[in-house]
Design a binder for this molecule. Structure first.
Ligand code: TLP
Length: 344
């Protein structure tokens, strides 16, 4: 049976070029800073994002955690979106591990935090309050249908941050999707970020890893934080080798994933019993709702699965489909065919 697995772009497997690069990678002990392939990946990532330095970490969650630990001390506060991955899906790691206090601002459907609400959330100097240190943004925004934050918005948040002496961290798990969708250079889009974490193991198809980028002093702090959370790896150049291929060969093709997501969303929007906001579809994530009272959500997911089409529910009544390297335009046609049979 044909399987069209749209649950996440985390499902991507290494390309043949990655497998070759992994087999041939030069390695060393990265805790000693002696893995040449990791060093190469970090230099490449820093260069792509226009930052002084970079740090290879095991996952997106670790990238965000070590960044927040490097920026904030115990009892200090971060401002972040109510729908952000860092707030929603990372076990409250920065609070649990770092004693960092989260202050949420409602995300808008386009993934932004309203500027006046960011300003209003910044603490004044008062002995009763925690001190605000950091604004955390997510680009693209997962729960906001993969919406990208643009340069104008980043500049506006940058102005607020500068005015209040705050730093900005960007959870850029899908940052290259944002850059490709907006047609801007990644370093321009990252310019306002004091730190940015991006994933190699989502749309870029590497098997493991994320990279955190920022100034040298920030990376030194993130490096210490990585060690304390057990993220000091040894001959992990075998992983970084795939990451180098990911950054060198897999960025431009993200446009195909975006085209497939749009094709899927347009097809779903025409089906009776489904609701999709097409204005939300900018990158590779499609959220939609089932509006038929006679068909429970779980039943729909099960029926899809029986036909080889896999999608996720995220607990708020919506269904998520994510396009990626292994999904073709023909897979989208097949998926739409399955839906039209099921919803007849
Ligand atoms: N997102 C995963 C799940 O955790 C939900 C997915 O399938 O989308 N930031 C963002 C914006 C993410 O979407 C994710 C993963 C992460 C961070 C964490 O990355 P990992 O899974 O590598 O720890």
């Amino acid at each position: 049976m044909r399987v069209v697995d749209l649950r996440s772009d985390t499902l991507t497997c290494p390309t043949p070029a990655m497998s070759r690069a992994m087999a041939e990678a030069d390695v060393g002990d990265d805790v000693f800073g002696e893995d040449p392939t990791i060093n190469r990946l970090e230099a490449l990532a820093a260069d792509r994002l226009g930052k002084e330095a970079a740090l290879f970490v095991a996952s997106g969650t670790m990238g965000n955690l070590v960044s927040l630990l490097a920026h904030c001390g115990r009892g200090e506060e971060i401002i972040l979106g109510s729908l952000s991955h860092t707030f929603f899906f990372e076990q409250g790691g920065s609070a649990a591990v770092g004693g960092i206090h989260p202050r949420t601002v409602p995300n808008q459907p386009d993934g932004t935090l309203p500027l006046p609400e960011i300003e209003a959330a910044i603490r004044v100097d008062n002995v009763h309050f925690p001190q605000t240190r950091l604004i955390v943004l997510e680009n693209t925004h997962n729960l906001c249908s993969g919406y990208p934050l643009d340069i104008d918005y980043m500049r506006a948040v940058g102005d607020i941050a500068r005015c209040h002496d705050l730093k900005i961290h960007v959870d850029g798990a899908r940052f290259f999707n944002a850059a490709v969708a907006l047609g801007v250079a990644p370093d321009k889009l990252a310019a306002e970020a004091d730190s940015i974490s991006f994933c190699l193991s989502k749309g870029l198809a590497a098997p493991v890893g994320s990279v955190v980028c920022g100034r040298l002093d920030f990376i030194a702090g993130a490096h210490r934080a990585r060690k304390v959370v057990g993220g000091g790896m040894r001959q992990a150049g075998v992983l970084a080798a795939a990451g180098i291929v990911a950054l060198s060969e897999m960025v431009e093709r993200l446009a195909d994933d975006h085209a497939n997501a749009r094709k899927l969303a347009q097809g779903l929007a025409e089906m009776p019993g489904l609701s999709v906001d097409l204005s939300q579809i900018k990158t590779n994530i499609v959220f939609f709702e089932l509006t038929r009272a006679d068909m429970p959500l779980d039943q729909l997911i099960k029926m899809l699965d029986d036909e080889g089409v896999r999608m996720l529910t995220v607990g708020d009544g919506r269904i998520r489909a994510v396009t990626h390297y292994h999904i073709t335009a023909e897979d989208i046609d097949y998926t739409l065919g399955v839906f039209s049979r099921m919803l007849k």
